[in-house]
Design a protein around this ligand. Structure first.
Ligand SMILES: *Cc1c(COP(=O)(O)O)cnc(C)c1O
Length: 389
């Protein structure tokens, strides 16, 4: 089958990111690789073997379906934790397969107890505590009920973790809210300890927290965006460099985090547009002079946002080429007037490096006013992935 674009994952970049992140959190904390949303668009089937080859043995996913997908591509034993959705019917499957899951209401714990007893195999659970995000998380009363149930059934319920999630650690403006969350989390952990409840892992940090709130490291860090080579925000990156007194100029020479992904396509056709004619649908772009336009077979159906119409860039021959006209469902048009003799079949980089230029998802995100997370998560699973050095 012919695909109109292709995604490459860099083994050396990923290896270097894991090395950096592991050094950052220290040898005592476990690195859990967060691979929800098809490994942030990188592609579970390609990413999982790559991560395990880099020594990763712990994965966090959102749903039971994702856990199943991860399991399919594991060739070595590794821990999988479901942070969100798992139906009652999926709980016994999870127990059977040694997959852990978060508990944020007592009802789920009861189902786990019932299934574990039926299977004569313990359910591995992580109690997620409410500390101020107000999304999922056990309130005190509900937590007390869970503790009672855990105490009653130590053979059927194995408390693997106690955790919480922070409300936007990538923004300095949330500083106080996060500090309060962490303080409350520590108080709850202490209270649990007094009741004899000590989990294997206490965890609270995502990528941003690992950098900006080192005290949130505890026993395990859930790294999503950073492992793929992206800072959660500019603020997080600048804070990191400032705290370590690292020269900001170093970022240009080579950041601590390296992008793993490159997304590329090829020119499908080249055409000349006479001065004064509109290009693509409607009247959003009028050729100001005789122009040469190249068509790239990637559009919003492939995750190239319509908001990049008349404003985005791609790389051609290591230089930026501007998007002209509206982004179509399967095509985008770029201005190649200033390039000599552009040919059909020439490589175009939509995301990542070509020569010395780079289109970062960050700039891509700014351009589209999307978050990096969103751009990545929208990359279709059908685009073929390939591992490169
Ligand atoms: C997605 C997610 C993470 C990872 O967040 P990043 O900012 O990508 O590091 C960590 N914990 C939970 C509960 C999440 O849902």
């Amino acid at each position: 089958m012919i695909h109109t674009s292709m995604i490459e994952l860099s083994r050396s970049a990923l290896r270097s990111n894991f090395r950096f992140l592991k050094t950052h959190i220290g040898p005592k904390a476990v690195l859990s690789s967060v691979v929800k949303a098809n490994a942030y668009g990188h592609g579970i089937p390609t990413f999982i073997p790559l991560a395990t080859a880099c020594g990763i043995r712990h994965f966090s996913v959102f749903s039971a379906a994702e856990a199943l997908e991860v399991k399919r591509y594991l060739t070595v034993p590794a821990e999988i934790v479901i942070m969100g959705a798992v139906d009652d019917e999926e709980i016994s499957w999870a127990i059977e397969k040694d997959i852990s899951f978060y508990v944020f209401d007592h009802a789920r714990l009861e189902v786990a107890l019932e299934m574990a007893s039926a299977l004569s195999k313990p359910a591995k659970v992580h109690l997620e505590l409410e500390t101020g995000l107000y999304r999922t998380g056990l309130e005190v009363n509900e937590l007390a009920r869970c503790v009672a149930t855990l105490k009653r059934s130590p053979q059927a319920l194995l408390l693997e973790g106690v955790c919480t999630h922070l409300a936007g650690a990538e923004t300095v403006g949330n500083y106080l809210r996060i500090k309060n969350q962490l303080a409350l989390f520590r108080r709850r952990l202490a209270a649990l300890k007094r009741r004899g409840i000590v989990p294997l892992y206490r965890h609270a940090a995502c990528s941003a927290a690992a950098f900006s709130f080192p005290e949130a490291t505890f026993d395990l860090v859930r790294f999503g965006i950073a492992q793929y080579g992206f800072w959660p925000s500019r603020e997080t990156q600048m804070q990191y460099y400032a705290r370590r007194r690292l020269p900001i100029s170093q970022i240009q020479r080579g950041d601590m985090l390296r992008r793993v992904i490159k997304w590329k396509s090829r020119i499908m056709v080249v055409k000349d547009v006479p001065s004064g004619h509109f290009v693509s649908y409607g009247t959003s772009y009028l050729a100001p002079c005789d122009q040469r336009i190249a068509v790239v077979p990637v559009g919003y159906a492939q995750g190239f946002s319509r908001r990049l119409s008349n404003s985005g860039h791609v790389l051609l021959r290591g230089q930026r080429a501007k998007v002209v006209g509206m982004v179509n469902m399967n095509m985008v048009l770029i201005d190649v007037t200033d390039f000599t003799n552009v040919q059909r079949g020439e490589e175009v980089v939509i995301l990542g490096k070509q020569g010395r230029e780079e289109i970062t998802v960050g700039s891509f995100g700014d351009m589209t006013r999307d978050l990096t997370y969103e751009v990545l998560a929208r990359l279709p699973a059908e685009i073929p992935r390939r591992i490169v050095r």
